[in-house]
Design a protein. Structure first.
Length: 216
C-alpha cells in the first residue's frame, strides 16, 4: 500500500523545487552578456556587415547579408532600451548607431540604383560613406569642483570619443581633467556672468570636439 505524503514532506519538496528553479534562473541571468560585451559584439558585427555588403555589391555574393544585418538590428534595439549603460557606454552606443544609420542610407541608395537597372549587368560600386557625426554628449554643471559625478560623466564621454578616434587618454588622468574643467568653468562664469556652464563632447570628421559655453 503506498505511503501517503504528509503536508510537511510536501512543503519540503515544494521548497526544494523552488530553490532549484531560482538557482537555474540565476545561472541563466549570469550567462547574459554584459553591456560592454554587447557593445564589442555590435562593433564587430557592424564591421563584418560593411565587409559583407561590399562583397555583395561587387558581385561576389548572391544575396545581401540579411543575417548579419538582423543581428545588428537586434543588438541596437536591445542596447537602446538598456538603462544600465554608463555615460561612456551610451556615448559608444550612439557612435555605433550613427555609423550604422549612415551605412544603411548608403546601402539603400546603392540597392535602389541596382534595382532600377542603371546600366544592365553593371556592378555598382558604393560611393564613399560620409564620416558619421555622433550625437554630442552634453553636460550642465553649476559647480565643477563639487559636482564630481557630472565631471566624471564628461570625462568618460571624452575618453570614449578619443578612443573612437584612435587617440589615447593616458596623458589626461581624471584628477588633471577635473582641475582643468573647474578652472575653465569658473573663468567662463565670471566672464559671462552666468551660474552654469554647458559642456559637450562629439566626434566630427574623425576628430574630437570638446566645447564649453555659458548656460543662459
Amino acid at each position: 500500500m503506498p505511503i501517503r505524503e504528509n503536508k510537511f514532506a510536501r512543503r519540503a519538496r515544494e521548497r526544494d523545487d523552488n530553490n532549484a528553479n531560482n538557482t537555474k534562473k540565476l545561472a541563466v541571468r549570469d550567462q547574459q552578456p554584459t553591456p560592454e560585451e554587447q557593445l564589442v559584439r555590435l562593433e564587430e558585427d557592424l564591421r563584418r556587415l560593411k565587409v559583407e555588403f561590399d562583397i555583395y555589391f561587387n558581385g561576389a555574393a548572391k544575396r545581401p547579408p540579411y543575417d548579419t544585418k538582423g543581428r545588428v538590428d537586434t543588438l541596437i534595439k536591445r542596447l537602446a532600451d538598456d538603462r544600465t549603460l554608463t555615460f561612456a557606454q551610451r556615448y559608444h552606443y550612439n557612435s555605433l548607431a550613427s555609423r550604422y544609420n549612415s551605412f544603411m542610407q548608403l546601402w539603400r541608395r546603392t540597392m535602389q540604383e541596382r534595382e532600377e537597372g542603371r546600366g544592365p549587368g553593371r556592378r555598382p560600386t558604393p560611393h564613399a560613406a560620409p564620416e558619421p557625426v555622433s550625437a554630442p554628449a552634453t553636460f550642465v554643471c553649476a559647480d565643477a569642483r563639487t559636482d564630481v559625478q557630472t565631471v566624471r560623466g564628461l570625462y568618460e564621454a571624452l575618453v570614449e570619443a578619443r578612443r573612437c578616434c584612435g587617440e589615447s587618454s593616458d596623458d589626461l588622468p581624471f584628477s588633471r581633467f577635473h582641475r582643468m574643467v573647474a578652472e575653465k568653468s569658473e573663468a567662463l562664469k565670471a566672464l559671462a556672468g552666468c551660474e552654469r556652464v554647458h559642456f559637450s563632447v562629439a566626434v566630427h570628421d574623425g576628430r574630437v570636439q570638446f566645447k564649453a559655453k555659458a548656460e543662459k
